[in-house]
Design a protein around this ligand. Structure first.
Ligand code: GDP
Ligand code: MG
Length: 203
């Protein structure tokens, strides 16, 4: 089997504590599942603050990227950010994220399929629910903003985590799941999604 085909791409999703508490586990899974992506692993756990820190710092660039994204969001709205230094901003965000993500059960999942990382990000929506597109999980089910979360000294509550790149996905999946917890199997629908000939349908 050619495992370099795009259909084998995998990504990590975590339904965050607010997603669990808001009774959105089924709705979130439904949205990813009906896109054609395949659930390859799933577990429920309460993360420790250390696990949350490790998760977010697997990518050494995360602090810079997240800090810059936050500062840009403030400036685009004509608002003054709490810090001018993106790393200082991210250190503040990380401290709050540890409290948020460790506040209760989460559901960690691996989803597999063509362009899994980008498709899941598209269905999930942008980080700030105020600006996330309508029709996305973050756009439809939550109403938070950078300013409100920062002013209230807490992390943005946005229902799910989804890996931001293929590299991030590989690192995160390796961190949350053991190899034998991730299942490789065929779904009947795979033939309609990926088969090149579409034979054997007509009787
Ligand atoms: P994501 O990949 O879209 O989840 O966004 P990031 O990786 O940049 O940030 C991780 C998580 O930190 C987000 O999903 C939010 O829960 C939270 N967060 C990110 N940026 C900010 C911010 O500027 N302020 C606050 N309060 N929370 C943030
Ligand atoms: Mg991210």
């Amino acid at each position: 089997m050619n495992h370099s085909h795009p259909r084998y791409e995998r990504t990590l999703v975590i339904i965050k504590p607010d997603g669990v508490q808001r009774s959105l586990i089924g709705e979130v899974i439904r949205r990813y599942e009906r896109s054609g992506l395949k659930l390859a692993a799933m577990k429920m756990l309460i993360p420790t603050p250390d696990m949350v820190e490790t998760h977010y710092t697997l990518d050494p660039e995360w602090k810079l990227k997240t800090g810059e994204k936050n500062l840009k969001a403030y400036r685009d709205k004509g608002l003054k950010p709490p810090h001018d230094d993106p790393i200082a901003q991210s250190n503040m965000i990380l401290a709050k994220l540890k409290k948020y993500m460790a506040s209760g059960p989460v559901v960690a999942m691996v989803w597999q399929g063509a362009h899994a990382v980008a498709i899941v990000r598209k269905l999930t929506g942008g980080t700030e629910p105020l600006m996330s597109d309508v029709g996305t999980i973050r756009g439809d089910y939550v109403l938070d903003s950078y300013k409100m979360a920062d002013d209230d000294l807490r992390a943005i509550r946005n229902i799910v985590h989804a890996s931001g790149s293929v590299k991030e996905a590989e690192d995160e999946i390796g961190y949350w799941f053991k190899k034998d917890e991730i299942l490789s199997y065929r779904l009947l629908v795979d033939q309609m999604l990926y088969d090149t000939d579409l034979e054997n349908f007509i009787e």
